[in-house]
Design a protein around this ligand. Sequence first.
Ligand SMILES: [Zn+2]
Length: 332
Amino acid sequence: MNSPEYPDLRWVSPRSWSSAGRSSVQLVVIHTTEGSAHAGSAEDGAAYDQRRTDGTSAHVYVDSDSVVQCVRTADVAHTARFQGNRRGIQFELCGRAGWSASTWAGEYAQAMLRQAARVAARVAREWKIPVVKLSPAQVAAGAEGFCGHYDITRAFPADGGDHTDPGPDFPWATFLGMVRDELEEDDLPSIKELTDELKNDRSEYADWSGKRPWRQLARTDMSTLAVLNGTYDTARAALSAITANAAAEAQRDAAQSAVIAGLSTAVQSIASARGVLTDAQVVALTETVRQAAATAGAQATAAVEAKLDSLAGDLGSLRGHLGDVDPTVPLG
Ligand SMILES: [Zn+2]
């Protein structure tokens, strides 16, 4: 099953967590699992949290080839005692606090850090958490940013924690650099930002004209810009319909059709934008529309996914013509 929050991640709900509906979060907390470290470890860690009875969970498990989400970022996972749980989004990296700098620099750990950075960048952007490493004193004082479980232990001695992960040789500078790189590459609004914007400002397009991510790309091609903006408006109108009518199944189905239509138009637009959009931006545009469809609800998801997959296939062949294809970037 896919995560209801990040549809490109697998979702495995644990036995123990707390529904919280947080509206703000102070910390991204990095942990190491102290268990196995291979490409199946994130899946194993999440599966173990479904069985274990000691009240432990994390928001995400990360290994070298995947991230498995277990708890929504607005809810509370159980892994860093009272203060750490309440204040943080918990990333469990399938590795060990005792690893040396050279082990962290190795192939498995670097691939895992990149997986973690991709999701941490989304979390940081959506929760407006600065990409900075905090000291225990800063954590205790309520500063926002990234820290390790060790910093939680030091910041809140009254909680009686003793964990020291992710360890003294965890490569903070490398990891936060990866997170920043992800933030720079991905300047499309997320589905959460889109829906927040819709909720906060229904006064139409005033605030949106400046946020179309491709506006700066197409100065030399105004007709392409017009097509892309039209596509974005179509997808946005569909999303608005989905948000407004989430309870009305018939209207939701119509809205999903509109999303499909929006994606079809996007395929056409991308064809005409050849040479204007970068490959990563094509992927990001596809992802934005895919996520709009994903929010439409579980009942019709299978049918929508099948159509999106076939459209994603169309996008894939278009990407082949766009040049500079990076086969390691999934199409979504
Ligand atoms: Zn920990």
